[in-house]
Design a protein around this ligand. Structure first.
Ligand code: GCB
Length: 647
């Protein structure tokens, strides 16, 4: 169904606004990909490591540990990367460590990278939690504030200074959370010597997952030519059966350059091309990108190859970058979420980046296992609760048609001091970085700016209005939400969002043990929110803890039977309301995950429908049955699902 003409013009204006808005950011942050002009060298594996356990945690800086090999300034231990450092050793002080830790490794840089002055060598950290400082051969090359997004530095000139030296990379990472970090936290010192040992302090946090820390995603070196494709922005649309790919390429390192953008189908056949740095590529007989279980041929991806040629007095540079592109549209009405103009119902999960030993460290086996479980479950979507996930995960979503609500780390904003100017400035900067990184993923259909902030506090209104407006200006092509708890009086962000996302835990945190309240309270929740805002609603969290293997009939809290009963009771109401304006349901949580120690958590949060080891609890089968039924009602199953063993 084509977009009505007036809406179509408005949409195109919006698409061009994206390019203007995103261009306000200094540089791009394209995912490093190999090509005929680019090489990538992963620095994953063993690093030397030392936690700075000095009383002020500052000895590393005072004694300049970055100036020589780490092993020369004190003892080091082996530390794998990517991984959180917390669960790697038997040392409880390292598990609960707060402050600076130091990583170091030496890298052999290919001689040709050094010899060729026309090659840029870039050091990139996929993510390190939370604040990082990076040195190469003792020289500081960059620092980064924030735990979930990539950062990089060009180091070619530095390593060329003395090509005989090995390239020593030192990364200091500090996991301290303050009132201005995202998520926020604060450090509390306990000075009463009758109660606490000397120098005792704790990190207070207001969110429900372990504050894992360290180098969480790949560190790598990659090359580009001196003149290079710095960024690509793509926004897609379609009219009848013609796909429209609006694009803009930004180039660095060349005053003038020529470029060619070629869009290829799955078979490598060119379907459209252009020689302009921005414009629109038109695809006849387009294969749209459809979500998993909505179409028999979901997740169709084209490849957009950008080939750049530039010349300076010394030489000619050619750079090639290929971006996967899914062509689809997203629109929101007062009762529906439309993908490609068809109603989409989110039947999915909330996740965490979390597993035993690795903590929040990137791990391919875990990721592929999780995608197999999502597909087994019949889930078509997830929310990146409560921070941006690894880029490779979003690439998997693009490939498999799993729809994503992309959430920034604005979780646990509970202290009034975290609504001040410096917090807001950082929050806006994090949104800039998030949109810059994830804007081209077809799977990403909505931005989430925060989870359950203390929205009743007076400064919250200005804070969220500014944040949501900023995010919409950054990317007018996607709706924006913020996740609220069920109490609709705490609604400061709601007037500004496109979709209302509500978390509720009836019969758990409220009226514990009373399953009979769910039908009434859930119905009231939906009717209140819709009555006030007339915006579509997603049940963005619901669930109950269940310790795998605990059984009780009649059901009692923490048993598998109770978790099942909560889900079934929610589903009855969701089935009534999804005929009206409820557009999705995301279970809390996909899998059990680690939290801080506390009296409400038994070795972590147990609301997973899978255990932390990814084994199903009884609730997983309830959800599987439901999701496949919903898929049969609302979508078209891929041909291969006749053979359910194939995933
Ligand atoms: C919530 C939070 C989530 C918690 C969950 C719980 O509302 O958004 O981070 O883990 O409740 O289990 O308490």
């Amino acid at each position: 169904m084509p977009v009505p003409a007036r809406l179509g013009v408005f949409r195109v204006l919006c698409l061009f606004a994206v390019f203007e808005a995103v261009c306000l950011l200094d540089t791009g942050m394209l995912f490093p990909r190999e090509s005929s002009s680019r090489e990538v060298k992963e620095l994953n594996g063993r690093w030397d490591f030392r936690a700075d356990k000095s009383p002020n945690r500052n000895q590393g800086f005072e004694k300049a540990w970055y100036k020589s090999r780490l092993a020369e300034t004190g003892p080091v231990i082996d530390m794998p990367g990517p991984a959180s450092y917390n669960d790697i050793t038997q040392d409880p002080t390292l598990r609960d460590f707060i402050g600076w830790v130091w990583y170091e490794r030496e890298v052999v840089v290919p001689a040709r990278w050094i010899a060729d002055e026309g090659t840029r060598v870039v050091l990139r950290v996929g993510s390190a939690h939370y604040y990082s400082v990076v040195w190469v051969n003792g020289v500081k090359v960059t620092e980064h504030n924030g735990g979930h997004l990539p950062f990089e530095a060009e180091i070619g000139s530095l390593i060329r200074k003395d090509p005989t030296q090995p390239c020593r990379i030192t990364i200091a990472v500090n996991n301290t959370l303050t009132l201005d970090t995202l998520p926020p936290g604060n450090i509390q010192h306990m000075d009463d010597h009758t109660k606490y040992p000397d120098g005792f302090f704790v990190q207070n946090i207001y969110f429900d997952f372990f504050n894992y820390a360290g180098i969480h995603r790949s560190v790598l070196l990659y090359t580009t030519p001196k003149a290079y494709v710095d960024d690509i922005t793509v926004v897609t649309d379609f009219l009848d059966n013609t796909g429209l790919v609006y694009y803009k390429v930004s180039v660095q390192g060349a005053a003038t350059a020529t470029l060619k953008a070629t869009l290829m189908d799955k078979n490598g056949r060119c379907v459209a091309s252009s020689s302009e740095p921005s414009g629109v590529l038109k695809v006849v007989d387009v294969n749209l990108w459809w979500p998993y279980l909505m179409h028999e041929n979901p997740a169709y991806l084209y490849s957009m190859e950008v080939r750049l040629m530039a010349t300076d007095s010394r030489s000619t540079y050619e750079d090639v970058y290929t971006l996967p592109v899914g062509i689809r549209t997203v629109n929101v009405t007062s009762t529906q979420f439309l993908i490609n103009n068809k109603p989409f119902y989110f039947h999915g999960v909330n996740k965490h980046e979390d597993s035993d030993i690795r903590g929040k460290g990137f791990d391919w086996p875990l990721i592929v296992k999780d995608f197999n479980l999502l597909k087994w479950l019949g889930a078509n979507s997830f929310r990146t609760s409560h921070y941006p996930y690894a880029e490779e995960i979003l690439q998997m979503c693009d490939r498999h048609g799993i729809v994503v609500i992309d959430e920034c780390p604005g979780v646990g904003i509970k202290d009034i001091r975290s609504f001040g100017n410096s917090s807001l400035t950082h929050h806006l900067a994090v949104m800039d970085e998030l949109v810059r990184r994830d804007k081209n993923h077809a799977s990403v259909v909505m931005w989430s700016v925060a989870n359950e902030p203390a929205a009743e506090m007076p400064p919250a209104d200005f804070y969220f209005k500014t944040l949501i407006k900023h995010t919409k200006a950054l990317d007018p092509s996607r709706p924006v939400t913020f996740i609220t708890d069920s109490n609709y009086a705490r609604d400061r962000g709601a007037p500004y969002v496109d979709v209302i996302c509500v978390n509720s835990y009836f019969s758990w945190y409220h009226d514990p043990g009373h399953l009979e309240v769910i039908p009434i309270q859930l119905k009231t929740q939906f009717e209140n929110w819709y009555g006030k805002y007339q915006k579509p609603i997603i049940q963005s969290e619901y669930g109950a803890d269940a310790v795998a293997g605990f059984h009780s009939d009649p059901p009692v809290m923490f048993s598998e039977e109770y978790q099942k009963a909560v889900l079934q009771s929610y589903h009855n109401v969701l089935d009534q309301k999804r005929k009206q304006y409820v557009i999705g349901e995301l279970i809390w949580n996909f899998a059990d995950f680690m939290t801080v120690q506390g009296i409400t958590r038994v070795v972590g949060n147990k609301k997973g429908i899978f255990t932390r080891e990814r084994q199903p609890k009884a609730a997983a089968f309830i959800l599987k049955e439901r999701y496949w039924r919903l898929a049969n009602e609302t979508g078209r199953l891929p041909v291969w699902t006749k053979y359910p063993c194939s995933f």
